[in-house]
Ligand binder design. Structure first.
Ligand code: 5GP
Length: 204
């Protein structure tokens, strides 16, 4: 019988994969469709894209503000990605997990590795990670189709994507990307499985 008096922390699902793999879409869609799931809002020093809102898409900071947060130890993880800083606030994540909310976060492979090796036992207990894989050909055509970057930025993202693809064996779960709907169905199945794991562990 589950012991309901014990706290039931949320699942922290870290999602990585190359640019264009659809990580953000998967995380956003689930957070809209499942009221118990929240999509983590990262800090970044990159400039907002058209349609992006501060505090919703990202917390947009300047480099000085970002470095101050590093100094203060405010980040669960942070990394330099495509020439810009990105990071997740530790307290923001802890607060949601502790209240039982599941957190999905779309971060790069360096950040995922920091979370995998994080010393905080609470984070270690909650975390799971997933890699969205796609072939190099598919990756190139998706990035060109997205057309949200300049040619130079696109070249950087393509190069980084090749390096990122090599990291898939480090992840607990891997989805080899097919259609949006198929990817989403598999993504939901993984999240549901992880939710059960956290419930079972608490009930033990
Ligand atoms: P974009 O600029 O396209 O929004 O994101 C670029 C890359 O940064 C993506 O691969 C995304 O997963 C990664 N990213 C976004 N937020 C974070 C974060 O908080 N930490 C890390 N390490 N990577 C992030």
């Amino acid at each position: 019988m589950p012991q309901t008096s014990l706290p039931k922390p949320g699942v922290l699902l870290v999602v990585s994969g190359p640019s264009g793999a659809g990580k953000t879409t998967l995380c956003q869609r689930l957070s809209v469709e499942d009221p118990n799931v929240i999509h983590s809002v990262s800090c970044t020093t990159r400039a907002p894209r058209e349609g992006e809102t501060d505090g919703e898409s990202y917390f947009f900071l300047n480099v000085e503000e970002f470095e101050k947060k590093i100094e203060n130890g405010e980040f669960l993880e942070h990394a330099l990605v495509h020439g810009n800083h990105y990071g997740t606030l530790l307290e923001w994540v802890r607060k949601h997990l502790a209240s039982g909310t599941h957190v999905v976060m779309d971060i790069d492979v360096q950040g995922a590795e920091q979370i995998r090796n994080h010393p905080d036992p609470f984070i270690a207990e909650c975390r799971a990670d997933l890699f969205i894989f796609l072939s190099e050909d598919e990756l190139t055509s998706r990035l060109h189709a997205r057309a949200s970057e300049s040619e130079d930025q696109l070249a950087v993202r393509l190069k980084n994507a090749r390096d990122e693809l090599a990291q898939w064996p480090n992840y607990q779960y891997v989805i080899s990307s097919r259609s949006r709907e198929e990817d989403y169905a598999r993504f939901c199945a993984i999240v549901e499985g992880e939710k059960q794991r956290s419930i079972d562990e608490v009930a033990r």
